[in-house]
Design a protein around this ligand. Sequence first.
Ligand code: PGA
Length: 239
Amino acid sequence: MKIIIASSEEIAKSASRQYVELLKEKPNAVLGFATGSTPLPLYAELVSLCKEGKLSFKDVTTFNLDEYVGLEPTHDQSYRYFMNTNLFDLVDVDKSRTHVPSGIDTSDEALAQYDKDIALAGGLDMQLLGIGCNGHIGFNEPGTPLESLTHVVELTQNTREVNSRLFNDIGEVPTHAATMGIKTVMNARKIILIATGASKAQAMFDTIKGPVSSACPASVLQLHPDVTVYMDKDAAALL
Ligand code: PGA
């Protein structure tokens, strides 16, 4: 694991350089994207670079980590809506090549097809991850088998509480989500994990210093050959 401790602004700049480098080498790369508050500064940086002509998403294919079960893509808390408004509508990506798991069709066939589509596209070249306070990656909550592929998970009460800040009240937060599995993520050739804020400090300690265990799903990244972890000082406080 390559570990970089920097300010949120520096993280956005450094991580964006990884996109510039990858897309220079492979303009049609397959990119795995994440939602949540953490990647927003990076997405703003990617949008700026695209506007300045320093980066183009014209030929990329994208796959997002997860989606709430029950939310239509047009729902303003759906992750499809998040990606459209924070990145896809603001860059030159071909929207028909952007994929987010369906929160509506969560049949076994649809979930298995998500992994097949990633494989058909050539596999993920670079997967971006945030991390939950409980160590989840995507919505792979503690206890998720490390061998899992795309599946539906029941969200923990803690995750629903943390995410309720974006809904009118916790009753509106979906109870389930469709998520790439831990193995889906681990199959990516390169992984970027970004963690900011004190609420992520314990999860980052467990991820980097703890045993590899499904109790902290992100700890599995210790076994991946090409992970760059970006943390601000608060997220790195216990290391
Ligand atoms: P956050 O979410 O970026 O909003 O903190 C990250 C996550 O839960 O994976």
